[in-house]
Design a protein around this ligand. Sequence first.
Ligand code: 13P
Ligand code: SF4
Length: 309
Amino acid sequence: MKGLKEKIAQLKKEKNAVILAHYYQRPEIQEIADYVGDSLGLSQQAAETDADMIVFAGVHFMAETAKILSPTKTVVLPDLEAGCSLADSCPPETFKVFKEAHPDHLVITYVNCSAEIKALTDIICTSSNALKIVNSIPKETPIIFAPDKNLGRYIIKETGRDMLLWDGSCIVHEAFSIDKLLELHKGHPDAVIIAHPESEEHILKTATYVGSTVGMINYVKEHPTKKFIVATEVGILHEMAKAVPNAILIPAPAEEDNTCACSECAYMKVNTLQKLYDCMLNESPKIEIPAEIQEKALLPIQRMLDLSK
Ligand code: 13P
Ligand code: SF4
């Protein structure tokens, strides 16, 4: 009898499917994916693929972004419960009122938001291109940045631009403990701290490098040091360990965590290999977006892709 991996490979051929996975997915999912990447890379892949079906091993807003970019393709997500606390922290109705209160502001939103929020946006960004995108806006144009206040604060600090921030955040990146991190660093003074910009300001201040998941992987590949404390979701260590097999990679400790000293995104981890197979087989759960929202949401994503070339 065929194993799950073989059955997935066979279905992939039969359905002309492509499997796109984020770095926070379970290792066994990353291993069978055709492409593993950060939010920007995944949306670029979704825009360019000639597959008929996109199997999105990530969270809901990522699969929605793929559907917005490739509306004629079937996009499936292994589990609809794969949400995102950051996307949830920005409800469209409340955001619409906020936007209407500042009609002269340009709206830049982080890709971690719903299709409805994207439809209310001028330009999308990811953690890979946020600084570039904000720097591309004329200095005199006022900006609303949503939903991540931590990324927003980091952009303000790096670009010197004053932006109006939405009060959203990621529960995983806000769970890191500064006291435990400093204590850990005391025990490993030779380790370089690297962090994702969704982390809080005090964590980012301790970091030598701040960047997206792919940025962090590239940084450790090129850095002469071979010991790193990594402040992002722990799933990234799978790809990072492959990229730098001789390095010591230590996950940054979370406040509540006394067992594995790591932070896991429960949303990312609801996807399993079995659910991935089932969603390909049944072509469900399928991502569907009303045409009006899809068309409006496409423009700000397309602007981001054009600015990222
Ligand atoms: P990256 O785009 O850096 O991979 O971040 C994605 C993310 O926030 C998933 O939580
Ligand atoms: Fe959302 Fe945070 Fe999970 Fe990323 S790590 S999917 S931002 S909850």
